[in-house]
Design a protein around this ligand. Structure first.
Ligand SMILES: [Mg+2]
Length: 217
């Protein structure tokens, strides 16, 4: 594939799973949080997992889902402190920095577009040192809607002023891509290899990227 870069002005990039290894988030929510919840409440680990996962399920696709202050209250745990405690596990995907440098060379406008809470993206950007590659960093908390809703993209477009036909989005969340597609963003790619510890996922109607290098030829 030779991608028509001359058609693109704005590049919108998701953070978790797309630029950063989702293993950090999977480990955090699936292992560390249930373990701490069990310890705090004196529960068996399996009972804690069942309870915590049911709570996650209720909030999927909402702003609460990535609101770590919500989860601190909901689970009675200090979620930001727990995230800090495993910051050494935050990893950048091996293809990410090459791609960000490539976009700089092509002189594209680049925005980080994430559902992550500002405390989370700041922790991750400080840890990885990627902040300088972005012209804008936008969280769904700033806009009041998660990326799975078309409203998010409508407000984002007003804010950044991008032309739909000349914008590219890469995300590992097919629902976010679908909302962006309804909104009219032209170039959409699904990042299939979101975690270093999981095989690539392939159940999507979008063009799939295993590595950003596929866009760099
Ligand atoms: Mg993601």
């Amino acid at each position: 594939m030779t991608f028509p870069w001359q058609d693109v002005t704005w590049v919108l990039l998701d953070m978790d799973g797309t630029l950063l290894d989702k293993h950090y988030d999977d480990y955090f929510w699936e292992t560390l949080v249930p373990r701490e919840y069990a310890r705090r409440r004196g529960l068996a680990l399996e009972a804690a997992r069942t309870d915590v996962f049911a709570r996650y399920q209720r909030e999927e696709g909402t702003l609460n889902w990535t609101d770590i202050d919500f989860w601190s209250r909901e689970l009675d745990l200090d979620i930001p402190a727990l995230k800090e405690s495993i910051r050494h596990l935050i990893e950048v995907h091996p293809d990410t920095e090459d791609f960000l440098k490539y976009l700089r060379r092509l002189d594209k406008q680049v925005a980080l577009v994430t559902n992550a809470h500002f405390k989370t993206w700041r922790l991750k950007m400080n840890h990885t040192g990627l902040t300088g590659y972005f012209d804008e960093i936008i969280s769904s908390f700033d806009l009041g809607f998660p990326k799975e809703e078309v409203r998010f993209w409508e407000i984002l477009q007003r804010q950044l002023g991008y032309d739909l036909a000349h914008t590219l989005l890469v995300d590992d969340n097919a629902e976010a891509l679908a909302a962006a597609q309804s909104h009219g963003i032209r170039h959409l790619f699904f990042k299939a290899k979101s975690s270093s510890q999981q095989p690539p996922s392939n159940h999507t109607s979008f063009t799939t990227l295993i590595s950003f290098h596929e866009l760099m030829v």
